[in-house]
Design a protein around this ligand. Structure first.
Ligand SMILES: [Zn+2]
Ligand SMILES: [Zn+2]
Length: 345
């Protein structure tokens, strides 16, 4: 075995490079995971477009949707073992502070902000190996593939958590605004939860893809007022909205797609209206944010996928080797994709 590995970094303005890095060595409770699938995320695309000056300061490996096999463990590892197939939760957690006790691992106060995989400090999983603590490695059932495990690690888990916050009930209309990876996972899951799903996205490829994966209806938000389009389908409106696009206009427009007492969940990043305040007091609409997912969500989501026959790997449209990193990010940036992943044989 060599003591180096390949890793993908951003060099600025949409350019990516594959570089050699030292292969990490686990110690204590750390484990080394050999990657089998590592997904591209919508949130990567903000940093992918950052300047060359920005990235010159942080040659840190990208990727935070890891799934693979544990190949080496530190001397204090007791929860997992070499050979385990795992999905890796990308926010490190102490499992002890108040935030962790509430299941808000993304707010862990012991480890602090900025230490997620592929932050500006910690190498991510678009690499042959990733070094993580044992407590973020969740064993994958044999029925689920590494692509499923990778998608659960961010997009799928995030979609599931948002739907749970939206409390989808059978027979309700669920509007999924934005049909990128999180939105597509939300479409698949919401239908299996009994929702009647309406997908909204300006990209034709994504609307067509959503129709094949659980959406009963799709609308183009550029084709006319979104509220009118959705109410033409639903009558009174969609009882649940999952807003994944992070687009300011979409954040406002989805309110007009709902009846009084609807539940609106804002999960997409970006834009300026980070705390949408439109519509909650009139009509007692319930608006909430949703940030990543919890360890409990991992277990209930996996059980849900097994019982309902959901496979996120069905959403993968493009697979690339690490050497094809530029082509992978360019394809994802075109938006004519479902889920895009790096795979290893
Ligand atoms: Zn992500
Ligand atoms: Zn903590």
């Amino acid at each position: 075995m060599t003591d180096t590995m390949r890793g993908v970094i951003f060099v600025g303005d949409g350019k990516v490079e594959v570089r050699e890095f030292p292969k990490p060595k686990p110690s204590g409770t750390q484990v080394l995971v050999a990657m089998k699938a590592s997904g591209l995320c919508g949130s990567d695309m903000h940093s992918y477009r950052q300047s060359a000056e920005y990235w010159a300061k942080a040659p840190i490996i990208r990727g935070h949707e890891p799934s693979g096999v544990i190949v080496e463990v530190g001397e204090a590892v007791s929860m997992v073992q070499v050979g385990d197939r795992v999905s890796v939760y990308h926010a490190p957690a102490c499992n002890h502070c108040e935030a962790c006790a509430r299941g808000e691992f993304f707010n862990c106060t012991t480890i602090g902000p900025g230490n997620r995989l592929a932050s500006m400090k910690v190498h991510g999983s678009d690499a042959d190996y990733v070094l993580v603590d044992q407590n973020v490695c969740f064993v994958l059932p044999d029925e689920l593939s590494f692509e499923d495990g990778s998608t659960i690690a961010c997009a799928g888990g995030t979609a599931y958590h948002a739907l749970r916050r939206g409390d989808v009930r059978g027979g309700e209309y669920v509007l999924v605004s934005g049909l990128g990876p999180v939105g597509l996972c939300a479409v698949q899951l919401a239908q299996a939860m009994g929702g009647i799903v309406i997908g909204s996205d300006p990209v034709a490829f994504r609307r067509e893809f959503a129709l094949k994966h659980g959406a009963s209806y799709v609308v183009d938000p550029m084709a006319g007022p979104l509220g009118e389009q959705v109410k033409d389908i639903t009558g009174e409106g969609a009882e649940v909205v999952i807003e994944t696009s992070g687009n300011d206009q979409a954040r406002v427009d989805v309110v007009a797609c709902t009846p009084y007492h609807a539940r609106l969940v804002y999960v997409g990043w970006g834009g300026n209206a980070r705390n949408a305040i439109y519509g909650p007091m009139l009509g007692e609409r319930w608006i909430t944010g949703s940030n990543m997912f919890t360890h409990e969500d991992y277990h209930t989501l996996v059980r849900f996928m097994l019982r309902q026959g959901i496979r996120f790997s069905d959403l993968v449209t493009h697979r690339f080797s690490l050497e094809q990193a530029q082509a992978a990010f360019d394809a994802f940036a075109s938006r004519d994709t479902g889920k895009v992943v790096f795979t290893w044989d």
